[in-house]
Design a binder for this molecule. Structure first.
Ligand code: PMP
Length: 432
């Protein structure tokens, strides 16, 4: 028996090596990484230029504590990340993962409010369903009961509004009225809570694991920006999954041309090469906090030179190989092939997403949107069958009768048209 434990005792094959979109276990069996791990290995595995950049940095220094040294790698990565962000968001705080990014954004928001004499603002409104991380602070804004309920007494659960799942509510996502309808729920919640107590609203621009690649309805993103401005509420975009080019733009929110006050990045930012994340913040917010005693926060490994050198090389690859453009192009092909599968299999109730952040959802009945019975355990069974067929998928069941089994199909952004066909064939075989 292994001494390791994670969520369960479920035994997994032993990974031998990985290259491009493929992974091999020690028996020599090959898998297509159809979910880039957990939407992490965006530029594919074993990219030689990233490995070379890491080797080069390793030979200079692997660790320099951020409060002792600045490094060329961390400065360059911060510069590059800021250049990608909307105007006015020019300050970068490094962390080692998505939960840390969310914690850091919320703490920076809180300290900014304190610096401005707004001590009564502490509530961070979030959505249900949503996932923002595993640490207790990030869980307090996570709208996903199976992961939060056991820890309720240890957290201060934050107010939630419904995620705009137009497809379940029978609304037309293309109709601006739909976006305004869901955004109005945020305004109502802010008023109910008391606007003077609301610090921030946190939102995944394109939904990730909890909603299965939920794309917001027309006007939603712009309207929530307006509402936040009206009530002095900070807007946090959790781009941990949607950032890094996967949706066909570097940041998911670029599709709607809206700028938040704080952006959380991770996953594809380190690309599976190193644990890396960041908060990109509005310059004036950071200046205000630094003028008022500094930011009381930090993680030991944050901004270490090895992680930053790898992150920089990942961003260079995304740029020079135009992987964001490829994600848009291949995403269109994959989405249309998934819609073909929807034609073929009535059990597929919905196909959604942007770029290569795509998902399909199984339903018992398309008309009523009723989910498959939980006892079928379809989300894990299909994953197991696909696994046997050599395709790795990422699935979730969003419970509470709200939604059913969904599957993220998110191969690395280097995928080509032939490989997309292969993924769809394996999926077809697994669904059959
Ligand atoms: N935010 C979002 C949107 C995520 O998808 C995740 C991870 N699934 C996190 C935060 C937490 O990131 P991590 O697991 O790296 O802590």
């Amino acid at each position: 028996m292994s001494r390791l434990f994670y969520q369960t005792r479920l035994a997994r094959p032993e990974l031998d090596r990985a290259e491009g979109i493929h992974m091999w276990d020690v028996t020599g069996k090959r898998y297509i990484d159809g979910s880039s791990g957990a939407m992490v290995s965006n530029i594919g595995h074993s990219n030689p230029r990233v490995l070379a950049a890491m080797h080069k940095q390793m030979e200079r220094a692997t660790f320099g504590y951020r409060l002792h040294f600045q490094t060329e790698a961390s400065e360059a990565l911060a510069e590059r990340a800021a250049a990608l962000a909307p105007e006015g968001l020019g300050r970068v705080f490094f962390v080692s993962g998505g939960s840390e990014a969310v914690e850091s954004a919320m703490k920076l928001a809180r300290q900014y409010a304190l610096s401005r004499g707004e001590a009564q603002r502490y509530k961070v409104i979030a959505r249900t369903p949503s996932y923002h991380g595993a640490t207790l602070g990030a869980l307090s804004v996570t709208g996903y009961a199976p992961m939060t309920a056991p820890f309720d007494p240890m957290m201060r659960p934050m107010p939630k509004v419904p995620a705009p799942r137009a497809y379940l509510d029978g609304l037309d996502a293309e109709d601006p009225a739909t976006g305004l309808h869901y955004a109005a729920m945020l305004e109502a919640r802010i008023l109910e809570e008391g606007p003077e107590t609301v610090l921030a609203f946190i939102v995944e621009p394109v939904g990730g694991a909890s909603t299965g690649a939920l794309v917001p309805p027309a006007e939603y993103m712009r309207e929530i920006r307006k509402i936040c401005d009206t009530y002095g509420v900070l807007l946090i975009h959790d781009e941990v999954m949607s950032g890094g080019g996967r949706t066909g733009r570097f940041f998911g929110a670029e599709h709607w041309d809206v700028a938040p006050d704080l952006i959380c990045l991770s996953k594809g930012f380190g690309g599976g090469y190193v644990p890396l994340g960041a908060v990109i913040a509005r310059d004036d917010m950071v200046e205000t906090v630094l003028d008022h005693g500094g930011f009381i926060h930090g993680h030991t490994y944050a901004g270490n030179p090895l992680a930053c050198a790898a992150g920089l090389a990942v961003l260079e690859e995304i740029d020079t190989q135009d992987l964001t453009g490829n994600a848009a192009r291949m995403g269109d092909v994959l989405a249309s092939r998934l819609r073909d599968l929807k034609q073929k299999y009535p059990v597929i109730g919905d196909v959604r997403g942007k770029g290569l952040l795509l998902a399909f959802e199984l339903m018992r009945d398309r008309a009523s949107k009723a989910p498959l019975p939980a006892t079928l355990n379809a989300h894990s069974r299909l994953v197991e069958i696909a696994y046997e067929n050599g395709l790795i998928l990422y699935s979730r069941r969003t419970r509470g009768g709200l939604s059913g089994d969904h599957f993220l199909v998110c191969p690395p952004m280097i995928v080509n048209a032939e490989q997309v066909e292969e993924i769809v064939d394996l999926l077809d075989k697994s669904l059959a």
